[in-house]
Design a protein around this ligand. Structure first.
Ligand SMILES: C[S@@+](CC[C@H](N)C(=O)[O-])C[C@H]1O[C@@H](n2cnc3c(N)ncnc32)[C@H](O)[C@@H]1O
Length: 199
């Protein structure tokens, strides 16, 4: 990835990193024990990993597609989370997944999605890359596991997201949803976002 410009990589992979204060708030929503198994599926620079480690959690696994990021952490798999062969289940999956409209996705990421059974079953070309992160994360939760993501809110109200919403309520329940409307959480981005905490 070294040859591509920084901005190009940022757009290609949806690299908008979570401010520490927001990540800290989200971790505070988790109901976990020191030995809980935790997954960050798209860790970016590692803000969640850093905070979780400082709070004493040690069983943390992460994925990140850009191998220039999160170099200071030892538990990062540099491969796409989408088709990664993950055998474990987790008590907490937390993070800020990439949001990229299907039409803006790179060909190789579209190609990967086209072979993903969850994507093929629940999504179409109006859906966002974010959706596969929600679906696959729910599949990877332990019984009583928690999923806490910050993301744009269009999954809640668009017609093409109905299969995703049905999947979510059939496989768990929402504990809390926080709306941030247009509060500028990410640098240089205006997006209406929400966190959700589902179990
Ligand atoms: C919105 S950023 C958030 C990063 C980090 N979770 C945070 O909260 O700061 C999304 C991250 O997902 C990574 N990413 C994009 N596609 C991915 C994939 N298929 N598998 C794993 N990581 C991916 C991007 O490189 C980027 O670092």
């Amino acid at each position: 990835m070294k040859s591509a410009g920084k901005q190009q990589v940022k757009n290609k992979f949806g690299q908008y990193f979570t401010p520490k204060i927001v990540a800290d708030f989200m971790i505070g929503l988790a109901d976990i024990l020191p030995n809980s198994k935790i997954l960050e599926p798209s860790c970016g620079e590692g803000v969640f990993l850093d905070l979780l480690q400082k709070k004493g959690y040690s069983d943390i696994t992460a994925y990140e597609i850009d191998d220039d990021l999160a170099k200071d952490f030892s538990n990062v798999h540099y491969e796409s989370f989408v088709n990664a062969n993950i055998k474990e289940a987790y008590d907490l999956i937390i993070g800020n997944p990439p949001y990229i409209r299907w039409k803006n996705l790179e060909d190789n990421l579209k190609q990967e999605l086209s072979t993903n059974p969850l994507w093929n079953k629940y999504c179409n070309s109006l859906c966002d890359y974010l959706y596969i992160f929600i679906l696959k994360s729910i599949e990877l939760l332990n019984e009583n596991g928690q999923l806490i993501f910050i993301c744009p809110e269009y999954w809640m109200n668009t017609t093409h997201s109905v299969s995703l919403r049905n999947y979510m309520v059939e496989h768990g329940y929402f504990e809390e949803i926080y709306h941030f409307n247009e509060t500028p959480i990410f640098e240089k981005v205006t997006v209406s976002s929400n966190y959700f905490n589902a179990a």
